[in-house]
Ligand binder design. Sequence first.
Ligand SMILES: [Zn+2]
Length: 573
Amino acid sequence: MFRFRNTPWIILMLLALPAITACGPKGGEIVTEKPIPEVCSWVGTGTAAPVEDLDKRLAAYVPTELSPSIEHLDTAQVQVMEKLIEASKLMDEIFRIQATPYYDALAGRIRELFPEQQKELARYFAINVGPWDRRFHHEPFCGGWEHPKGANYYPLDLTESEKAFITDSSNGLDGLYTMVRRDKSGSLEAVPYSVFFADRLTKAAALLKEAASLTGNESLRNFLVARADAFLTDDYYESDMLWMDLDSTVEVTIGPYETYEDGLFGYKAAFESFVTVTDPVESARLANFKDELPWLESRLPIADEHKNLNRGSESPIRVVDEVYSAGDTRAGVQTIAFNLPNDERVREAKGSKKVLLRNVMQAKFDQILTPIAEVLVAEDQLADLTAESFFLHTLWHEMSHGLGPGKILKNGRQTEVRLELKDTYSTLEEAKADAMGEWDIFMLARDGRDYFPADIFRQQSATYLAGLFRSVRFGIGEAHGQANAIQFNYLMEKGAISCSEQTGRFSIDVEVFEQAIGQLVAEILIIQAEGDYEASVAFINRFGGMTPVLARGLEKLEGIPVDIQPVFSRYES
Ligand SMILES: [Zn+2]
């Protein structure tokens, strides 16, 4: 749409209306009357001063240049990459609309209210993609607006009965690729992304097609053409299938994927993009692991009837360097790896692809994990910390998303774990992936596979322990952070982790850990296999909180950055 700077916020709101009003217009329809007082009154309610520790919160994100070397690319590959980065910037714009109602108006309001802290607030607003702190339960860091749990996917004024209505899948309001808005009569309607974001998706589709015409790589060309069509039709199936087949030096993952941002129901997919260059040597080494997945599925600690032995066995692994990222993935804490697509039909046919972002992982190991361990891990276990174990943990976390129940049968009805566990799905699935990742490695090592060094049990345990603190610092209001609190509290209760009263440092008992992590995997798997929402809520309530011992540990980490803030100076001024 349009970008204006130094424009009074009331005008910004008028400009923003076509895409964001809660009163029913689709896409480009312009409404200039009724909604304006509503907009003004909501945005205008934000007057609260910025949090006092804003400087500290900003310092938690250490700006880190990520642009990797691209000297090995030829001219055409560089041109393809530039088109993909242009399209990615549109994903940023779309995600802002999805995440935050009246994004520009809120930014303008904050500028106006606190001119002397303008620069700091603008940086933190950009990191969080809105005025709510992603590390602290989405509490406002400025202005005082209450965070809408459903982000901007739903009208702000949803009633309880409307919420119940949305969860009734027969009316289609729970669609993955729709925004929910009110029609002219005030009733809820699902507006497809291709309509709601028509301007930007049309431009993005054109850029993907231009990139397709420039590339000499057939797998990339096929994907880009199909994904361009998907932007205009909301049918992502074919392009998700083709994304699985990508085999190109320059690759891209672009479109609506994860549902974490929809904290109300977990139904809606957020737009994002990763532009990457591949590392074929490392990918080939890791591809051996994929052959182990059917064996691991068959060994899962759950009854055979719940095992998902028909999932596709093709699970490619990519190790890449990130050249650019945008949208959902760029907000708050940075992804070091991902596992896509989420479409169960594709996963059953082809498995899922794991992409590890090597330059992002290296930056986090050096700048965050190592300093954390030096403060919190028992001194006699510090030497066991390795970058390789950090890498393996991340890798097997991603592999584990592709194991266990996906499509399930509940009361004779075909459904998916994701749909049944609703807002608890992400937290539980992330806890599963972490715990099962360690379980996988231990299973393979116990069975005598020679993938790992002799000290793998000690190294994996110590590095995992340090990693828990790194992840809980993300904030337990977010799926990954809370998933780590669950693991920490569970393992404390089982005696796998203990804290020295003298030193305040934490130790992990390798043998107890191996037992307990298997029990944790088993408890999560049965909740997923049965699609038991109440059990999921109860489990998260029991283990997902900030316990005093955990809080004391985290207090000691003051001054150590929580995360990197990616800088891509080659593509952003
Ligand atoms: Zn994950």
